[in-house]
Design a protein around this ligand. Structure first.
Ligand SMILES: [Zn+2]
Length: 308
């Protein structure tokens, strides 16, 4: 017997589609969790994993006992409908509340930022194009600096460690500052540091914490399993459901230290590298085809940060 096909969410065939959310409020007090899928429209593992978990919550197979969980299965309906990463632009960049929204992502951003403010913890479920192990991005250590002041470093790393994926990476916004400097050297239009702000950065700005889970390759059924497990582990870790604490699976923590910028059209990284591979000077974290001024790949080193 083959497993039943995953439910996929349908969205209205209009660019003015509202955001749909499903919320379960436990009868006892506890943390408020937000789970996002399809911030990038062609990453279907989030919506599919969320569909499974929502089914189980509705059927009582998963009982939300305390706190709240809100699921947004399709965070970018226009991009999802098109099966593209973006609607008009990348929703996971320059995310903020705009008084005068100009495009699809501006309009979603206003609602999304309001939702983020209503919650304390974020799990944002993504997938990637290339090959490689699933991994999770988390944020800075506690600090009062100008770039990303934060006071939930330990809780956020503990969340990253509970998801069931082997690799956790930090240092995104520090890397973004390097991208901005490189663009200046190349005489390209300047980028504001807010350009590096996505869902997790806004969540930290709003006083909570959150992680970005990269489940694996787009359309790989294994990515849905990773997302499904990560959501259930998060519910258990935060105590929203009564379940044993998830077994720790984190094998390596990597700090992004350096970014390689595309200087001319056609620059690209050699074939064959994938996220988390060891290279002589550190670890190569990501590859992409890029335009001038965009990052080609990120290097990192073994981080000293460990979950408590
Ligand atoms: Zn994504």
């Amino acid at each position: 017997m083959t497993a039943p096909a995953d439910t996929t969410w349908t969205v209205p065939a209009t660019d003015a589609a509202p955001l749909e959310s499903i919320r379960f409020q436990g009868l006892q007090a506890g943390p408020k969790l937000l789970v996002l899928g399809a911030v990038h429209g062609n990453e279907s593992c989030g919506p599919k994993a969320i569909a499974r978990v929502v089914d189980d919550c509705r059927a009582g197979r998963l009982l939300i006992a305390r706190g709240e969980v809100t699921f947004v299965p399709v965070t970018n309906p226009k991009a999802y409908r098109q099966n593209t990463r973006e609607g008009d632009r990348n929703l996971n960049r320059d995310l903020r509340e705009r008084l005068q929204p100009l495009d699809n992502e501006d309009r979603i951003g206003r609602r999304l930022c309001a939702l983020l403010r209503e919650h304390e913890v974020l799990l944002d479920v993504h997938s990637f194009r290339g090959e490689g192990e699933p991994f999770v991005f988390f944020g800075p250590q506690d600090n009062t600096g100008p770039l990303e002041p934060f006071r939930h470093g330990a809780a956020e790393l503990a969340l990253a460690a509970c998801l069931g994926v082997p690799v956790a990476i930090h240092g995104w916004l520090d890397n973004y500052v390097q991208i901005i400097a490189a663009r200046e050297r190349l005489n390209l239009p300047p980028l504001a540091v807010t350009e590096g702000f996505g869902t997790t950065e806004f969540m930290r700005f709003a006083g909570g914490y959150g992680v970005t889970l990269e489940c694996g390759q787009h359309d790989d059924p294994a990515s849905v399993e990773i997302g499904d497990t990560a959501i259930r582990n998060t519910l258990a870790h935060l105590g929203l459901i009564d379940a044993p604490a998830p077994a720790p699976a984190l094998a390596s923590v990597i700090q992004m230290t350096e970014v390689v910028i595309c200087e001319a059209q056609g620059d690209r990284v050699a074939e064959g590298w994938k996220t988390g591979d060891r290279v002589p000077a550190g670890a190569l974290l990501a590859t992409a085809t890029a335009k001038p001024g965009e990052p080609i790949c990120h290097f990192g080193v073994a981080s000293s940060r460990r979950p408590l």
